[in-house]
Design a binder for this molecule. Structure first.
Ligand code: SF4
Length: 432
């Protein structure tokens, strides 16, 4: 058992076994909506094509911004043809779609794709299309990634492309912040809300990664203060730190408390006076608190468990425990990155069992024994658990839905209240 800041390594249950998670290709669903001039070409099999088409929906009226180049079974001797086929697909695509400014070749796990060197292919194709389109690669393979790691790999691939932050004028203090970089995909409406709050506090310039257009990459360098909007971006954060950025320790902006703590970290780095911070945040925080109150009554006292899936589990458990009065029983996460979660681990107050990694059979055994009121898990496990009479929430919805910031705090609580209400209705036979 682990409680509050004392979550020492020896107190965390480590699980190694069969995993039940989506692969990193899933990230294309939200990345392609954000990066409006980029294209994601999955180099994969029919299974990969089915996955992203069913997850993202097939666009009928708009030109799609993702596709799958399907490579059939080949032995190593056929790899030259494979490269030729990939070049042909890319050339045809770029000829037909002059609007694409950045092309991501996304690797997957079928054996014929693993044999293909996509980094080399991206370099080769970049030379051919130099000056016209940037071609990058990353892996979304299910062997290497859980579903939110696809975003981490994609943003990591962009880091070397970011322009250098201009040098400080000679009279400036060497350690004064020069820009704030918010990292992690945010819905445009949420990005606008945060941009407004930072501006009202006098924090500028503020950049977002990913940006809305891949041609407008934010600068990075010494003096960049890095504020993560998602807890699953460890590789991207390390790459940005290597380029001179300084990571701000903060909770994630989920719920009122998380959002206040997140904004406060930026305010502290930019020496925003406390009174100004309070003036800017007090009204939206109070509004969010009132909206949240509608759901806390339904959630308070209910027990919740998280199966490891999105890496959002710890911040969300903190929100549910501290702001909604829920009782986390087990909080499982695929990976526990202590650096990125330092502020969050200090906020979990109850006797929460933290687990890292997955052994799905062991976790299901514990779940059946403990029978929490709500289980947050992947799609594949939700239906069987519902059939066993347990209320579930799909963790993937927490990535697809805007949940960051003050204005979304009540929506976030509602996502957890809804399955409980539905199960209550089913139990009393009132569902129609
Ligand atoms: S990358 Fe692997 S796990 Fe993901 S859809 Fe393709 S075959 Fe399946």
């Amino acid at each position: 058992m682990a409680g509050n800041a004392a979550c020492g390594d020896d107190l965390i249950l480590r699980e190694r076994g069969q995993r039940e998670v989506f692969c990193g290709l899933t990230g294309i669903v939200w990345l392609h909506r954000k990066l409006q001039d980029a294209f994601f070409l999955v180099v994969g099999s029919r299974t990969c094509a089915h996955l992203i088409q069913s997850a993202a929906g097939v666009m009928i009226f708009a030109e799609p911004r993702f596709a799958t180049a399907i490579l059939q079974e080949r032995d190593l001797a056929g790899m030259a043809d494979c490269n030729e086929e990939l070049d042909r697909v890319v050339n045809e695509l770029l000829e037909r779609r002059p609007d694409i400014t950045t092309l991501f070749l996304v690797g997957s796990c079928p054996s014929e794709v693993i044999k293909l060197d996509l980094a080399n292919a991206a370099q080769r194709l970049s030379l051919v299309h130099q000056g016209r389109v940037r071609i990058l690669n990353y892996s979304g393979s299910g062997i290497e990634t859980t579903f939110t790691q696809g975003e981490d790999n994609c943003l990591r691939a962009l880091v070397p492309e970011l322009p250098e932050l201009p040098e400080l004028p000679a009279q400036s203090e060497a350690d004064s912040p020069k820009s704030l970089l918010v990292v992690g995909t945010l819905a445009d409406v949420v990005e606008d809300q945060f941009a407004r709050l930072f501006s009202e506090m006098g924090i500028e310039p503020v950049h977002f990664l990913p940006p809305r257009r891949a041609t407008e990459l934010p600068p990075v360098g010494n003096g960049t203060k890095l504020l993560l909007a998602q807890p699953f971006l460890g590789e991207t954060a390390r790459a940005l730190i290597a380029r001179g950025a300084d990571l701000l320790e903060a909770p994630y902006p989920f719920g009122v408390e998380g959002t206040l703590g997140w904004l406060r970290a930026a305010a502290g780095a930019f020496a925003v006076p406390e009174t100004r911070f309070d003036t800017v945040t007090s009204m939206p925080a109070a509004r969010a608190q009132r909206a949240l109150a509608r759901y806390t009554e339904q959630l308070a006292g209910k027990r919740v468990s998280f199966l490891p899936d999105s890496q959002l589990e710890i911040p969300l458990a903190r929100f549910l425990e501290r702001e909604c009065g829920m009782i986390p029983v087990e909080v499982g996460t695929p990976f526990l990155d202590r650096k990125l979660l330092a502020a969050e681990l200090g906020l979990l107050t109850g006797e929460v069992r933290l687990s890292e990694g997955q052994h799905v059979e062991n976790q299901l055994d514990r779940l059946r024994r403990e029978r929490p009121d709500l289980t947050v898990c992947g799609l594949g496990l939700a239906n069987p658990l519902e059939a066993e009479g347990m209320a579930t929430k799909w963790s993937i919805e927490l990535v697809f839905t805007p949940i960051h910031g003050f204005e979304q705090a009540a929506d976030l609580a509602e996502l957890f209240a809804r399955p409980l209400a539905r199960r209550g209705s089913l139990r009393f036979g009132t569902c129609n």
